[in-house]
Design a protein around this ligand. Structure first.
Ligand code: ZN
Length: 364
């Protein structure tokens, strides 16, 4: 068990004494190295492929997408997961991936706009109250985190959890307000992955988020198209090559091999034959909300269907777009934060509503 004493800070100590939390605690800060996370998995790499259509990888097949297929054939997945049921857009759905909340309503994270208005904009400012994410839980438990994104507007999310705007750590040892240890934001996704591989080899983050932009950027420029040789499919092949770089690191570094899980999903898809993504079920613009969700790593059964692993808690939605009030939810991109924490043996994101019970099983 971890000791719960913060560094000597008189004001904070007085507060804790008032709350009775120091009863029985020793009087010197712990000096032992941080023990590993309690779960079967020691590291989680959460990859979000921006604008990935869930039919793109099956269309390419193993020959053209060998690394996506490594994840599919060695792990559990579905090509019929869902975004937020009302909004399939980049920053809103990435906020869902990182907080396990929907977008709208009292329980939502509240990030509706798909832009960073710049400092001092944060999730807290937008929602009116602090919005914790996966970084909070991992960091506050004493573990390391990394944030690697390939669109500059992701600065809004990272800023929300930085040393100025992050919440006080009230879990065990005080690890401070900065929930993200290493941040790389660069518009070139290959440069982002190169930086990630270098930093992961050095720091071996407990949790790292990696965002790959190119399928979305290509879809907006040249249409979401599954035609043989399309620019869109070429962009997915480019992502596959970068996945190979990440998986090669995981499998060749003895400190990561057999201890690392990969979660791969997408913020949204796109409407085939168009250059946009838009979720309007009434007029049958639904493809934007249909995405894939993969989980790969130790203990995760090879080639398993996530719906088959979760017959009592999740339901394959067919071609529908279920709301959050559906009794059996689809697998969602918003499951990602709480799945990552579950694999690490850490509790759900405080205030989260998607997979808050951490009941999306990734093993038998
Ligand atoms: Zn996007």
């Amino acid at each position: 068990m971890r000791h719960g004493l913060p560094p000597a800070r008189p004001g904070l100590a007085v507060t804790l004494v008032t709350l009775g939390l120091l009863a029985g605690a020793c009087t010197t800060p712990p000096t032992l190295p941080t023990p590993p996370p309690p779960g079967p998995v020691q590291h989680v790499i959460h990859i979000s492929v921006d604008g990935l259509h869930s039919d793109a990888v099956p269309t390419l097949g193993r020959a053209d997408a060998p690394n996506f297929f490594r994840l599919r054939e060695q792990g559990a997945f579905t090509d019929n997961a869902r975004t937020d049921p009302k909004l399939a857009n980049t920053l809103p759905d990435h906020a869902s991936e990182l907080t396990s909340r929907g977008v709208f309503g009292d329980a939502g994270h509240g990030l509706i706009i798909n832009d960073d208005l710049g400092p001092p904009a944060t999730l807290r400012l937008i929602k009116g109250s602090y919005v914790p994410g996966v970084f909070d839980v991992v960091h506050d438990a004493g573990f390391s985190t990394g944030f690697f994104a390939s669109k500059t507007k992701f600065a809004l999310l990272e800023r929300s959890w930085n040393p100025v705007h992050g919440a006080r750590d009230r879990t065990g040892v005080n690890n401070g307000r900065d929930k993200v240890d290493v941040t790389v934001i660069d518009g070139n996704m290959a440069a982002v992955v190169a930086a990630f591989v270098t930093e992961m080899a050095r720091s071996r983050f407990t949790y790292a988020f990696v965002h790959l932009r190119e399928p979305d950027s290509t879809g907006h420029r040249a249409d979401w198209s599954l035609a043989n040789g399309s620019d869109y499919l070429q962009s997915v092949i480019a992502v596959d090559g970068l996945l190979g770089d990440i998986l090669d690191l995981v499998e060749t570094d003895p400190a990561l091999a057999g201890r690392t899980a990969v979660i791969l999903t997408s913020d949204h898809s796109g409407e085939l034959g168009t250059n946009f993504h838009l979720l309007l079920p009434d007029v049958d613009f639904i493809e934007s909300g249909i995405i894939s969700f993969y989980v790969w790593g130790p203990g995760i059964p090879a080639g398993a269907d996530l719906y088959a692993l979760n017959p009592s808690t999740r339901s394959d939605p067919g071609r529908s777009i279920p709301g959050y009030n559906a009794p059996l939810q689809p697998v969602r991109n918003g499951d990602a934060a709480n799945v990552a924490l579950d694999l690490l043996g850490l509790p759900a994101v405080p205030g989260s509503t998607i997979n808050a019970a951490q009941d999306l099983a990734t093993s038998n």
